[in-house]
Design a protein around this ligand. Structure first.
Ligand code: PRX
Length: 660
């Protein structure tokens, strides 16, 4: 079965979704693992889960107590759905909790970040050293005029300084807005303009597969059209020659020398915004998801502890880029809140060869490894000989995130990387949820390949029909969350109305946008997105964003973008395009358009296929029938209802269209 399959609206009942996945293997937790785990049995999980739902205030109050508050919360939850406020009246600082809190214990001299650059250099930052760097950079930000509440954009490669920059922002209460280093100048510009960031932290360049990504040059191009930006700070990484505008641009290595390391953290309200992170939705405009301090801190702390079963001597390696939510929650905040040792790797997994990640695991003694199904499928394709060459005996836990994991990939991961002895946690969550929502607890939950299993403490998840009624076991429907949780997004920056849509699609509950089913044991099986959002190689892309990039090209009249199942990436992008008069449908133009999307959004969004059509299938009211295009893109027959199609001949022409 190819990944991403298994989801189709039934012709019989358009209210629910048909699931075609059959998988019956069950793996009970390893006894030895359970003995030492934080949560050791299903009984323990169930008891705590019930408590978390029956008395959420007591449960979350206790979870919050594990962290430092300058003033304790007066109220645990103020539930004014769709808005919720957590730990109200409490003041805290997440950077203080990630760093200062550990300095009075043995963790002071423990490695916080082990880092390896793509070319092979290594660095270690202890908690003490990381704290020092963060304090200094906080002083740099202050000196450059950043005040509590000001937004700071961060567009860097995977160097420790990206974490330093984030934590320094958090220390002074300036919300950070990290932009993934793979985004192109236009996307950088739009995000800066939407958030009105006053300062941009970047690098001269960043290493990727032996090549330099010219980050500062991209920033220059972007901020030429960003009136809010007053300063940039440029961390010298690759030694590129870059343009430095006097008064505006400052080298990190120079400004950091001019400040001391004394910095008092700013106690902020629990609901003070911690960061904005843009993600794709169903319209062309990315949404600035806003997370606040207290709830996000408690959520990432407790999920990291229980899902990864973190212990003091772990070496934890999450391969995600810090530019995505996984990097925020599970490279930086969650592990550091727990005082863990994080391995951070700068570059590509197949540089200089396909054994790089396994070499890293061996050399640093990685115990916990967290990656995405797309990466696992690439590892499978590269072959077992690569992991076999390395000693992976230190590994004790494997995690997966970002897309549905197909059972074959799950089994391979468990057998080849985990040597059939490491638990695999398939964690389901989203940028909006801030922290893991569905996942096995490794010492307690029997796992089934391909299932994210059961909800985390405090999470009331369900699968419902469009009308909100609960689906029967094994009936596919919509994944919803029925009550607020601490790490949930609070709003969309500058567009609260759009935020409220999460709660109106299916009234009264948070709609995730995902299809799912629950089996007879109540296990959740994710079936992919049900809206116009695609998941390509673990990257979330809105079809509307790509369409809007395409119609921005002078040759394009209309565009419709759909996903098709892809063995490696989960989904691939297929673009159907009609041309303006005077443009010929040539192979070259296909290349040009694919490149155009890559240069507008980023290389990771480059379409797999561009198909020209004379017309797109539309309903009589003029709506493009994506379902039909999806079927054509997937190479299948168009089976669904076509009676609303305006012009049937369009379909035949599309099927016959050149699809090289
Ligand atoms: O469709 C789900 C998929 O990724 C979406 C969220 O994407 P993003 O906000 O970019 O966050 C990704 C990292 C948390 C979800 O709506 N998704 C994420 N994890 C899983 C998943 N689908 C199935 N199984 C998962 N474990």
């Amino acid at each position: 079965m190819s990944p991403g399959m298994g989801l189709s609206f039934t012709a019989m009942n358009p209210n629910s979704i048909e699931s075609t996945m059959k998988e019956s293997r069950v793996f009970p937790p390893d006894e030895e693992f359970s003995k030492h785990a934080h949560i050791r049995s299903m009984e323990q999980y169930r008891a705590l889960y019930e408590k978390s739902l029956n008395d959420p205030e007591a449960f979350w109050g206790e979870m919050a107590d594990a962290l430092h508050w300058f003033a304790p919360p007066r109220e645990i939850l103020v539930d004014e759905r769709p808005h919720a406020r957590w730990f109200v009246g409490g003041t805290t600082n997440i950077a203080y909790n990630c760093l200062d809190r550990h300095l009075s214990s043995l963790r002071r001299n423990k490695a916080a970040i082990l880092w390896e650059g793509e070319p092979g250099e290594t660095r270690t930052l202890t908690y003490h050293q990381l704290h020092r760097e963060v304090c200094r950079f906080a002083n740099v930000l202050r000196k450059l005029g950043v005040r509590t509440g000001d937004r700071v954009a961060i567009y860097m490669g995977m160097v420790p300084e990206i974490a330093v920059a984030m934590l320094a922002c958090a220390r002074i209460g300036a919300p950070h807005m990290v932009i993934f280093g793979g985004f192109a100048a236009d996307a950088v510009r739009d995000r800066i303009n939407d958030s009105k960031a006053s300062l941009v932290v970047t690098c001269d360049g960043s290493w990727r597969r032996g090549q330099v990504v010219p980050l500062k040059a991209i920033v220059d191009k972007a901020i030429a059209e960003c009136p809010s930006v007053r300063h940039t700070v440029v961390f010298k990484r690759t030694g590129e020659r870059v343009n430095m505008e006097p008064g505006r641009d400052h080298y990190w290595q120079e400004v950091i020398e001019a400040v001391n390391a004394n910095s008092t953290p700013v106690p902020v309200e629990s609901e003070h915004p911690l960061f904005i992170l843009y993600t794709s939705g169903t319209t062309g405009k990315p949404k600035g998801i806003v997370h606040t301090t207290g709830g996000y801190m408690v959520g990432t702390h407790v999920t990291s502890k229980y899902v990864f079963d973190l212990r003091e001597n772990d070496t934890y390696f999450c391969t995600a880029d810090v530019g995505w939510i996984t990097g925020h929650s599970y490279v930086v905040y969650g592990p550091l809140l727990n005082g863990a040792t994080v391995l951070m790797y700068e570059g590509a997994p197949n540089f200089p060869d396909q054994g790089r990640l396994w070499q890293l695991c061996e050399r640093y003694g990685v115990t916990i490894f967290y990656t995405a199904p797309t990466a696992i499928r690439a590892f499978m394709r590269w072959g077992e000989q690569w992991p076999m060459k390395a000693d992976l005996s230190c590994l004790r836990l494997l995690g997966s995130v970002g897309e549905p994991i197909n059972p074959e990939a799950w089994m391979w991961y468990q057998r080849v990387i985990g040597n059939a002895r490491c638990p695999v946690v398939d964690t389901w969550w989203q940028t909006e949820t801030g922290a893991i929502m569905l996942s096995p607890l490794p010492g307690a939950t029997p796992t089934k390949p391909g299932s994210a299993t059961l909800p985390f403490f405090g999470i009331e998840a369900d699968v419902v029909r469009k009308d909100g009624t609960r689906c029967a076991p094994n009936e596919g429907g919509f994944l919803v969350i029925k009550r607020p949780w601490p790490s949930m997004a609070r709003t969309i920056y500058g567009d609260d109305e759009r935020y409220q849509k999460y709660f109106t699609e299916i009234p009264g509950v948070y709609f995730t946008g995902d299809g799912a089913r629950r089996d007879d044991d109540g296990y959740f099986w994710l079936m992919g997105r049900v809206d116009d959002v695609l998941n390509v190689a673990g990257h979330r892309l809105g079809t509307a964003e790509i369409e809007s990039a395409l119609v921005g090209h002078r040759a394009v009249a209309e565009a419709a973008v759909v996903g098709r199942p892809d063995e490696l990436k989960g989904q691939g992008l297929v673009c159907f395009v009609t041309l303006r008069p005077g443009f010929a449908a040539t192979r070259e133009l296909k290349q040009v358009l694919a490149e155009h999307v890559a240069s507008e959004i980023g290389r990771f969004a480059r379409p797999d296929m561009v198909r020209f059509a004379d017309a797109l299938p539309k309903t009589r009211s003029g709506k493009i029938m994506r379902r039909l295009l999806k079927e054509i893109a997937g190479g299948g027959e168009t089976q669904g209802d076509t009676t609303t199609l305006e012009d049937l001949s369009v379909l035949a022409a599309l099927r016959a269209s050149d699809d090289e």
